[in-house]
Design a protein around this ligand. Structure first.
Ligand code: ADP
Ligand code: GN1
Ligand code: MG
Length: 378
């Protein structure tokens, strides 16, 4: 079972041919498409070979976003190889707890065909993803998964990682991009969103806080995932434990606060990221506490005091940053994130800004929750 939004489609021979390039044999019996991710295009292909069923995740890499597939795949293959060893050492199952990529006939882990760039990895069965948390244990498990992911990579040689998207979580630069998009007004939408722009700009001054703490030596760079939304974890169907962290395209040196904050942005919201009814958007303190519990149980001892003190702030910062990225893309004419209708990016941006507003109201309580949990684990 995989509860992420998935839809059966007709088998496409072009995709089957791509599979052959990766040495996949047998007869293709079904094809489905995942509709959750905003960036890559993701398919599940099922093959029958000598009475055995084999499932593969076939993914079209978005080369508009990831311009250098060679470096992208080098990062991912090196990190997953490293994780395999760590998982095996601690008695886990590497085939289920990290991604396994197939090599193509060109000896690389990606393949260009008809202007498209493909990669294939094993489908992890009997797992599911979620877009919204239904019970808080689930979110605690998510926190533990991302906390452990960071812990496993503590000694990974960070300097060997390529920066797959430059300045990915540099919030002040994201503000610069927003400013440029307002000036360009490529889609002619700037006049209609003045209030949204004002909301974001009023918070520009604090956007460099984490970078300042880094410059002062108070928070370190670590190997981070950088896209810790809930549907980037596979949960075991039986136990609901987070088994595998996926979507490894943005593994880069970063701050642990990016990973914590982004996870709260998505999973701590009382509704979906693109709910257009802003009355539904709030921060769930209960869910915040669950995630902080899972994350700190795995990582408290490794964190600096400045990291701990900014966990709640990071939730606000990552939500604000994501909101301005959606708004910038709306102004640019929807060229980055996949959208399903004309105002989709604007709806997402407003949803994120409402969440920022709610987090601001609850900041003291969130800080208290963090300290209460942290004190248990040190
Ligand atoms: P995107 O970058 O577009 O978000 P992801 O790599 O996150 O793409 O994949 C999209 C969806 O595909 C995930 O949310 C998950 O539901 C599913 N998925 C990805 N990898 C696997 C896998 N190895 N096994 C099972 N499902 C997967
Ligand atoms: C994108 O790829 P996906 O859907 O997991 C985006 C994230 C945003 C997120 C917002 C490479 O994540 O940075 O936070 O959408 N990924 C990239 O939902 O830009
Ligand atoms: Mg994803």
């Amino acid at each position: 079972m995989n509860q992420g939004n998935i839809m059966a489609v007709e088998i496409d021979n072009e995709i089957v041919n791509v599979c052959r390039r990766f040495g996949i044999k047998g007869e293709a019996v079904s094809q489905s498409v995942f509709t959750d991710g905003h960036i890559n295009s993701t398919l599940l292909l099922v093959f029958e070979e000598e009475g055995e069923t084999k499932k593969y995740l076939v993914q079209g890499i978005n080369t508009h976003v990831f311009k250098n597939p060679e470096e992208l795949m080098e990062n991912i293959v090196n990190v997953t190889t490293y994780l395999r060893n760590k998982i095996a050492e601690t008695g886990g199952n590497p085939d289920r707890e990290t991604l396994t990529f197939l090599k193509a006939e060109n000896g690389k882990y990606y393949y260009h065909e008809n202007d498209k760039c493909w990669r294939i990895y094993n489908f992890i069965d009997c797992s599911h993803t979620c877009n919204k948390i239904e019970n808080k244990e689930h979110f605690e498990n998510a926190g533990r998964s991302f906390g452990n992911f960071q812990k496993h990579l503590t000694d990974y040689p960070m300097h060997t990682l390529h920066e797959t998207i430059k300045d990915f979580h540099n919030t002040p630069k994201r503000f610069d991009n927003l400013e440029a998009a307002i000036k360009n007004n490529a889609a002619g939408r700037a006049d209609s969103i003045k209030a949204d722009i004002d909301f974001a700009m009023a918070r520009r001054a604090e956007s460099g806080k984490l970078l300042d703490l880094y410059k002062e030596g108070l928070i370190p760079l670590r190997v981070t995932h950088n896209d810790t939304k809930l549907n980037n974890i596979l949960f075991d169907d039986e136990t609901n434990e987070g088994i595998c962290v996926i979507d490894l395209d943005t593994i880069m040196p970063g701050f642990s606060l990016y990973d914590f904050g982004d996870a709260i942005r998505f999973g701590g919201n009382t509704t979906r990221e693109d709910d257009d009814n802003l009355d539904n958007v709030n921060i769930s303190l209960e869910l915040f506490e669950s995630y902080a519990e899972g994350f700190l149980s795995a990582s408290a001892k490794a964190l600096t005091m400045a990291e701990v003190e900014n966990l709640a702030f990071s939730a606000k910062l990552m939500t604000l940053e994501c909101g301005i990225r959606f708004l910038t893309d709306y102004l640019d004419g929807d060229v980055y994130f996949r959208t399903h209708y004309a105002e989709h990016n604007l709806v997402r941006a407003r949803n994120q800004f409402k969440l920022v507003y709610e987090i601001e109201k609850h900041m003291d309580e969130m800080n208290d929750i963090v300290m209460k949990i942290y004190n248990k684990y040190i």
